[in-house]
Design a binder for this molecule. Structure first.
Ligand code: FMN
Length: 233
């Protein structure tokens, strides 16, 4: 049950205007890598955004997320170095598209106002809903929380970029995480000069998103013949 009178409880129904606003937020959310230098996030707004993440569904209500705010400048610098080394390794792994990849901006770790690490918490042994896929279901729950956070940030007119280019073992060490915890996402949050009109990977010609009709099937899932190659040159 919510304690915030501004947030409707489960009995509320939504108006056409509410619905339109919700879908506008979904459509306007972008993965952002360019941030306004020297900007900050109002602590009240940050609290709302983290609360939105914490309202996410989770398997068996295990809430397997932890959020680590990185406030120390040296620590942020060490994290940025980890990302840079993985960016170079990714370029090498991409083969002939490696040079093109290096031209892309793939993170805003140093420039964003707030750096938050989304961590998969040590497993608490929850069985409900995850007997057959324990780790996957915990991860899915964490992803739900990150998506809530992402949408809330957009509703607050703040950009968010999900950065996954890092060695999780090295990052866990840098953050002194407990042995069974795993950092899953570096979340770069903050004011941006402008939101991209379309996914940046589309704008730069890296890859084109495909329409919904390619992804909805009826009764069977025999789709492997239609899947184009990953990272096509
Ligand atoms: C799990 C996950 C990891 C991602 N990691 C990165 C990343 O390391 N660097 C990056 O530039 N974008 C990353 N992205 C953002 C995607 O590239 C982006 O969501 C996609 O291109 C669609 O663009 P949009 O989010 O603006 O719609 C990641 C997104 C997800 C969901």
């Amino acid at each position: 049950m919510t304690t915030d009178p501004g947030i409707p409880g489960s009995g509320a129904s939504f108006t056409d205007a509410d619905r339109a606003a919700f879908y506008r937020v979904l459509a306007a959310r972008r993965d952002m890598r360019h941030f306004t230098p020297g900007a900050s996030v109002d602590p009240v707004v940050l609290h709302r955004i983290l609360q939105a993440a914490h309202q996410a569904p989770s398997v068996g209500l295990m809430q397997p997320w932890r959020f680590v705010r990185v406030l120390d400048a040296d620590l942020r610098g060490r994290i940025a170095e980890l990302v840079e080394s993985e960016r170079l390794a990714t370029a090498a792994a991409l083969g002939e598209r490696g040079g093109e990849f290096l031209q892309l901006k793939v993170e805003g770790v140093r420039e964003c106002a707030e750096l938050i690490v989304a961590v998969l918490a040590p497993d608490d042994g929850t069985v409900f809903g995850r007997r057959t896929m324990p780790r996957d279901m915990a991860l899915c729950s964490l992803a739900c929380a990150v998506q809530n956070l992402w949408l809330a940030a957009r509703a607050e007119n703040l950009g968010l970029g999900w950065v996954s280019m890092f060695d999780p073992t090295a990052l866990a060490r840098v953050l002194a995480l407990p042995p069974d915890a795993q950092p899953m996402a570096l979340l770069c949050l903050g004011p941006v000069p402008a939101f991209y009109e379309a996914p940046m990977l589309e704008q730069t010609g890296w890859r084109q998103a495909r329409p919904l009709t390619d992804f909805v099937q009826v009764d069977t899932g025999t789709h492997s013949d239609t899947v184009p190659p990953a990272d096509p040159a």
